[in-house]
Ligand binder design. Structure first.
Ligand SMILES: Cc1cc2nc3c(=O)[nH]c(=O)nc-3n(C[C@H](O)[C@H](O)[C@H](O)COP(=O)(O)OP(=O)(O)OC[C@H]3O[C@@H](n4cnc5c(N)ncnc54)[C@H](O)[C@@H]3O)c2cc1C
Length: 408
């Protein structure tokens, strides 16, 4: 399958879809090239019992300014504007309210110290903001791992602080992944096409893929950072600045496990359960997410990485064990696996979302900068303020498309 287009957009996730949609709407011939047999990338909804279950992104973060809100509405989707479990009190059974207040105070103190450190001369890791000996350090580190996907010792405080999220977070009943994939309707796409090399040595760009060579005048690259960092030979001639920038922005790991829950009515909707209060190696669980007869477990960084080595069964065992510790042995009979996706093991993701290593904040801009006005870059890691999110990826995709239009 050798072919020719004006703009080759590499990667059919939120960024690539946004770029290709924008170019298509502007009448610029383009082709969206995706390795998997589906669109969406780290936005991935599967259907169970007529509802969308998001194995990747689920929250329309910063909803008031999130472009996917209007897109979802135009698609006729059902937005769920109810507040997230993490903004309300957790289940008191093993976590009395008085302790929850102490934990919230400790967390507020941690974030205050983090802000001060981030404003300092030298960038430091997020772990520098822990108060030695504080009893809530484990839980705070777990939350940092859910937010960044990384270990607090590896994550830049300045980058963490730069994140511009608002406290408004919505969901969509049909699934965030459904909305994002459907946004590509009408765009020219080739699925199951793995890009192996981008040859920019000649007058025309040659995108070499598992299914032949695609020739283009311009290319937009939206590949996850761990893929760019691991493959210096992706670009020919090599682009060491890009490879190094991607290496400064590794993908952290977050995995979501969904369990079926029998007799769910004893729980209120979106009830947060913290099974352990003394370690960062714990999942947190949302019982009845969106009122459904499910439990959603969230696993970050080291714990997720270790469990991935045992596959989905290891997550199920771990989660059911933690839940039985809180609700008693008989609870085991009420839960069973619904679905999950292992993001680190996925060769087209290699992780969940990017964080900057200490001192590497500038890598986001370096990664995003165009090369020779014909190689353009997008993807969540290219966003300086909305990184790690689907809407951040979208905004970098439309920006790259606008850069292409301006360069024609
Ligand atoms: C478990 C989890 C929970 C999350 N929760 C949220 C959330 O609640 N809210 C939120 O906003 N964000 C969340 N995110 C992050 C969000 O999903 C990502 O930031 C966003 O989807 C990234 O989009 P992207 O286009 O930059 O990258 P991707 O979606 O990774 O797109 C890149 C595309 O490139 C393709 N590709 C890879 N290699 C090749 C190749 N060689 N050739 C061709 N194609 C290739 C991939 O298949 C993929 O489709 C979550 C992510 C995960 C994993």
């Amino acid at each position: 399958m050798n072919s020719e287009t004006e703009v080759a957009v590499i990667g059919g996730g939120a960024a690539g879809i946004a770029a290709a949609r924008r170019l298509t709407d502007a009448g610029v011939p383009c082709l969206l090239i995706e390795a998997r047999d589906r669109l969406g990338g780290r936005a991935y909804t599967v259907e169970h019992g007529g509802v969308g279950v998001d194995l990747g992104c689920g929250w329309l973060h910063s909803a008031a300014g999130n472009p996917f809100v209007a897109i979802a509405e135009a698609q006729g989707r059902r937005l769920d504007r109810s507040p997230p479990a993490w903004t309300r009190a957790a289940l008191e059974r093993n976590f009395p309210l008085a302790d929850q207040r102490l934990y919230q105070q400790a967390m507020a103190g941690y974030f205050e110290r983090l802000s001060e450190l981030a404003a300092g001369e030298t960038d430091v890791p997020c772990s520098a903001a822990f108060e030695p000996g504080n009893r809530w350090n484990g839980l705070i580190a777990a939350v940092v791992s859910y937010i960044s996907g990384g270990d607090a010792a590896d994550v830049s405080a300045r980058d963490f602080e730069n994140y511009a999220g608002t406290e408004v977070n919505w969901r969509v009943a049909e699934g965030y992944g459904t909305v994002i994939a459907a946004h590509a309707r009408g765009v020219a796409v080739t699925l199951g096409t793995v890009v192996e090399r981008i040859d920019h040595s000649g007058a025309a760009l040659r995108v070499e893929t598992s299914r032949g060579t695609i020739t283009a005048k311009r290319v937009i690259v939206t590949l996850p950072t761990d893929i760019i960092a691991a493959r210096p030979e992706l670009f020919s001639p090599a682009l060491p600045r890009k490879t190094e920038a991607a290496a400064g922005l590794p993908l952290g790991l977050a995995d979501k496990l969904y369990l079926n829950l029998q007799a769910p009515d004893e729980f209120g909707r979106d009830t947060r359960v913290w099974p352990r209060l003394d370690t960062r190696d714990t999942a947190s669980y949302t019982v009845r997410p969106q009122g459904r007869a499910q439990i959603e477990g969230y696993f970050g960084d080291g714990l997720a990485a270790e469990l991935e080595r045992g596959g989905v069964a290891a997550f199920v065992d771990f989660a059911i064990g933690q839940l039985a510790d809180v609700f008693g042995h008989d609870f085991r009979k009420r839960v069973s696996l619904l679905d999950m996706h292992l993001w680190r093991a996925d060769p087209f993701a290699r992780g969940s979302y990017s964080y900057a290593r200490p001192g590497k904040v500038k890598c986001r801009k370096v990664l995003a900068d165009p090369v020779d006005n014909r190689l353009f870059f997008a993807g969540e890691a290219c966003s300086e303020l909305d990184f790690s999110t689907a809407h951040g990826a979208y905004l970098t995709g439309t920006r790259a498309a606008d850069q292409v239009v301006a360069a024609r």
